[in-house]
Design a protein around this ligand. Structure first.
Ligand code: ATP
Ligand code: MG
Length: 221
């Protein structure tokens, strides 16, 4: 369980996040959507403990693994990048090979990660997250740099991990198709505030608020 209360994040004069209350339960996949600058990454960083809010509390005793929106790999091989991200396991090599295969990185395993393309780099970053077992995955636009095939690999890997571990997934996305495919709950942010929170079939097709309707009208579902 992750419980946020009275969260505010302020930069200069601007309140970029203002959330009265929000909870996440293990086992659910939640997609956070909203325009550029609406506060999605700020919210994920606060949940993951990467930054602190200026007001409010985040209560949790869950083990989280966080994928930032921007990722920089270590100047090592793809395989090493995954192995050094792994905490405890007896079957390190086996698990690493599984992840490499799942994310289409097996033939790049010995390549220096600095030479990867943007999409490959994003799959590697996800691999470094999925190599560990947590209660929650906190993923900031996990497939934003991926092509169709890469997106499919990423979505399948997230789904497989969730089925195996029973974890919760909190992810941001700009893809309504992805939200419909993966999430049981969608939260819409506008100017740092939650404007919609509900089931994707209802919310992405028939939002309750005027703002939600306008936002969705730009998406071709
Ligand atoms: N370190 C910072 N200093 C000042 N302003 C910041 C900082 N981090 C974020 N902001 C501002 O807070 C707002 C929310 O940023 P955030 O990165 O959370 O947006 P987002 O919804 O993730 O956008 P995107 O879809 O582009 O990823 C933006 O207007 C951004 O400029
Ligand atoms: Mg962002």
């Amino acid at each position: 369980m992750i419980k946020l209360q009275n969260i505010k994040k302020i930069y200069g004069e601007r309140t970029v996040l203002n959330i009265d209350g929000l909870s996440f339960t293990k086992g659910e996949t939640v997609a956070i959507v909203g325009p550029n600058g609406s506060g999605k990454s700020t919210l994920l960083k606060i949940i993951a403990g990467v930054i602190k809010s200026d007001e409010g509390t985040v209560e949790t005793n869950s083990r989280m693994y966080y994928l930032p929106q921007q990722n920089i790999p270590f100047r090592k091989s793809v395989r090493k990048n995954i192995l050094i991200s792994m905490e405890n396991a007896d079957d390190k090599e086996i698990r690493c090979n599984e992840i490499l295969a799942e994310l289409g990185l097996a033939n790049l395993a010995d390549k220096n990660a600095k030479g990867l393309s943007g999409g490959e780099c994003q799959r590697l970053a996800l691999g470094r997250v999925l190599i560990n077992e947590g209660d929650f995955l906190v993923l900031d636009e996990p497939s934003s740099a991926a092509d169709i095939e890469g997106t499919e690999m990423i979505e399948n890997a997230i789904r497989k991990y969730k089925d195996k571990t029973g974890c919760g997934v909190i992810m941001t996305t700009h893809s309504p198709v992805q939200a419909l495919k993966l999430a049981e709950r969608v939260i819409m942010l506008c100017d740092g505030k939650i404007v919609e929170d509900g089931r994707p079939e209802e919310l992405l097709i028939n939002p309750k608020t005027q703002w939600g309707k306008k936002f969705i009208s730009k998406w071709k579902l």
